[in-house]
Design a protein around this ligand. Sequence first.
Ligand code: SF4
Length: 215
Amino acid sequence: MADKFIPPPYNYCDYRCSECEGQENCRVYKDDQERVMDHFRRGEDPYDPKIFMNDIKEIFKNTEEMIHKCAEEEGIELDQAQDEEMPDVNAEDYAVYRQAFEYFERAHAFIKDLQRSGIPDGMQLPYEDLMWYHTLIAAKAGRLVSGFIDDLLEEDIRSIEEQGTIAVIRKGIKRSQAALDNMLGELPNNLEEIAGLLDILGRIERQLDTDIRGK
Ligand code: SF4
C-alpha cells in the first residue's frame, strides 16, 4: 500500500488539494483525510482550533522523530550541529521578496475591503484564488531567498529546490492575475487597486525572469 504513494515534492505544491489531480497518490493529502475522518469518527470537529493545534503538535513531533531517525541512518549527530552553520538570511535584502511582501500587504488590504463590502455574485472563485495565493506567493518568495546562501545543501539539490519554488510562485502569480483580470470587469470601483496589484505581480514576474537574486 505504501508503495502506491509517489513521494511528490510537497514543498513545491500550492496545497490546493481540492483542485489537484495528484490526490490519489499523495501521502500528505491521504494523511490529512485520515486525520479528518478519525476526528469525525470520535464525534469531534477536526477544524476546531484546539483540535487542529493538537494535530499540528503531533505532526511536528512525528516529523522530529523522522528527522532524528534519518540523521541516525546517515551518521549525522544532530546534538553536535553548530548553530553558526545555519545561514542567517535577511529576506528583505532581496527585491523579489520585497515585491512579494508588498503584494501581500496590498492584496490583504484589498481582500479586507472586499469582505467588508461583500463579494459580488460570480466573484467567489476569483476571490478565493486571490486570498489563497496572496499569502502563498510571499511565503514561497521568503523560502526562495532563504535558499540563496544556504551552502549546506548540495548544488543540484539546491537547484531542484529553487526551480520547484519558483514554479509555485509563478503558478500563484498566474492564478492571481487571472482572478484580478476577472475582477476588473466586475468591480469598477476598485480599478485603481486591481491595476496596482497587477502591476506588482508583473514586477515579480520580471524579477524572476531577469534576476532572481537581485537586491
Ligand atoms: S494533493 Fe494537496 S498536498 Fe498533495 S500534491 Fe496535491 S495539492 Fe499538494
